[in-house]
Structure formats: C-alpha cells, structure tokens
Design a protein. Sequence first.
Length: 425
Amino acid sequence: MPSTLTGIPTEFDVIVIGGGPAGATTAGLLAKRGHKVLILDRERFPRYHVGESLIPVVMAPMEEMGLTERLEQRGFERKYGGTFVWGSEQAAWDFSFVDGGDYPFAYHTRRADLDSVILDRARELGAFVVEDATVKEPIEEDDRVTGVRFTVRGAKEAYEVKASMVVDASGQARVLTRKYSEIHWHDKLRNVAVWTYFDNCERLPGDQYTNILIEGIENGWFWGIPLDKGTVSVGFVTPSTVAGETDQNLEQLFRDEVEKTTKLKHMLRNARQSAGFRSARDWSYTNQTVYGKGWAAVGDSAAFVDPLISTGVALATTAGSILSRVIDKVLQYPEIEEVALKRYATAYLSFFNEVRSFVERFYDRSLKKEDYHKLAQTIIDPEQKNTPANDFVTLLAGLRGKHLALDITVDDLVPETEPSATAGN
C-alpha cells in the first residue's frame, strides 16, 4: 500500500472490519492496551443506523472506553425503563432499571451521533481509521487469515494490509463469516420491520416520560422510542408470513396497524411524520462459526436477535470489550489462540442463545405479566434468589444469564513465560 494513503502503515497487530459500536469498541480497547489497530469502514461517519434505544449494560463498555461523561454531554435522552402493552390481558405495565442491574439508566440515541462518538474515541485511543473503505476479500496464507484487500472510494487501486488478527465487525455484511461460516436463520423470529419518525408527539405521562413503548397487537408489535424535541422513532414488527399475505405495501400496512394500537395511537394523534419509511427483513440469525485461524467475529457479523428487548448495541459493545481482552492475550501468547478464541465463541453463542430463547418465548402473548417475570427467572435465577419481577428487570437491563454474560477470562491459559516481544509493536 502506498504511504500516501493518509499515512496508513501496511502492517498492524489487528485489523477491524467495520467501525460501528462492535468494531470501534474492540479496536479502541485494543489500542488502549498498546496495540497497533486499523479500522476499515465502507461508509463515512456520521451515517444512519436504526437501533436507537440502549439498555444499561452498555454503560460498562462505554465506561471502559472513557465515554460516559461524553454521552451525557451529548444530551441523549435518558432511558429509565419501559412500558409494555403486552400479554393476554393487553394491559399496560412498566419496568424500571432501578430495580435491577448495575446502572439505573441507559439512553435513547440517534445512532449516527452515538456511533460517531464511539468511533472518534477509538481514534483518540490510537486506532487508525479509514472510512469509505470496502474490504473485498481476506488475505490467506497457509489456511490462515493474515490481512485484507480493500478499496477506497474515489481511488482505482486496491490496497493490502496485514495483521496478526482480523476482526469481522462488518455487521450484516458479514465479510468474513459469509465466507467461513454457515448461517442459521431462526424461523420463530423471521420478521419484517418497517419504521419511520414523527415530530410533535405526545409523551407517556409522569414517570413513563422517557420510557420506550412496546405495544403488541394481533399481527405484531410497535416500538415507540422518544429521541429529542418531540421526535419519536416508531416501528412495526410483523412475521414475514403476515407481511407476505397482504396486498398492501409495508407503508400502508404500518398505517393500518397503528390504528389498532391504544397508547401509541394516542401519542401520535397530533404528530407529523418527519421522515420516509425504512424496512428490514429476516434479521434473527446465528453464524455457526465465529472464529478461525487469524480471525474472529463480533456484533451483528456473528449473530443478531430480534430487537424486542433492545439488545443490539449492548451485546455488540459487551462482546467487543471481551474480545479485545482475549485478543490482547493472544497477541502476547500466540500459542493460546485456538483455545482462547474457542472459549470466546462458546461463551458468546451460548449467551446469545439464552437471549434468543427468551425473546422467542416472550412472543407468546397468551401469558400474563407475572408469567413473563417467571420466564426471566428460569433463565437468569433458577435458584430463585430474587423475585421474578427483579429478575425480569435484571435480564432486560443487564443481559445476564445463568452465568455472567461473556464474563470470561483466558488468564489461566497464559503460560508461565514472558509474552511475545512482538505484541504491541
């Protein structure tokens, strides 16, 4: 690669494909530990992304990145809990993060802003960042990924960079997992979403003012996420089979179905739609392999689950934090790579499957509020040390399973020798 490309070197400790929350967190924390890291992203930030509502567990990796004060200064709407209109009684019920988890709030964000903040911080911590860079293929040597080939928008030539490890954080583009892994779609969560934005919306009353609203109806459910200055993100999620059975387009389906809601319809009665419609399909999946020789996946490139409980950014950044620790040790002790990455992958996919199982069972709206609480308890607290209601909030706030989610270590794998002299160079 010519040095004229913004002074980017040709060799790194780690290359991260994708600068979203998963990639930027992984890269930023590796750079913080002294490693030479390159982030390649095919877009230029800030860029649009859906998934505006966070859960409190995201605050741990944000604290590790040194971003908690900055997030508060950006003026994001604090999220203290949520309101469900859900279950057999179709009654409204609330949950508060104060009742579970280590952090009493998270944020509702505009993802273009949030993701830029995280990427900028990774750059501040020492990561090299190249935007408008599309990774074309991995470089392989002796069945090992040793780098990538990429192009930069506006340039005719292709560039090559090498690294000891490559991280696929490319989201649903799945640059490496698409090549090295089979994908498993979760049939119970084969859904379609259509969403837009409204201004001049009414808010939920009192303590519910900044709650996310999740309102179920016969053919699916709506989210209502308060962003700023009266703007609300509103989306409708419905099974693919339902969307396929109607002659309506998704926009008309959205308009017809919103009339069947109660709380959401009230919030929108004087609102004005302020953006066009967007849509997504078939988003719940797991890659059967999330690591290999010289590479690992994190975030949506590894797995993604239905957005019902707002796990996307939290799972991506939490996994990014853990993967950064694992790779840090692998760079120092290359002989532990296979076992260390396998431990990471096993913990990641095991926990992901716990969350997915809960979401699938939560879709059974023949239950009552208390039944959903007990369902959460069976997942995170089988010994019933806390109340079901507390366990429900703990699950929604902290993504905890029977074991602490992704709280793994590879320190026991480290041999009693000096680390590799090349790590961090």
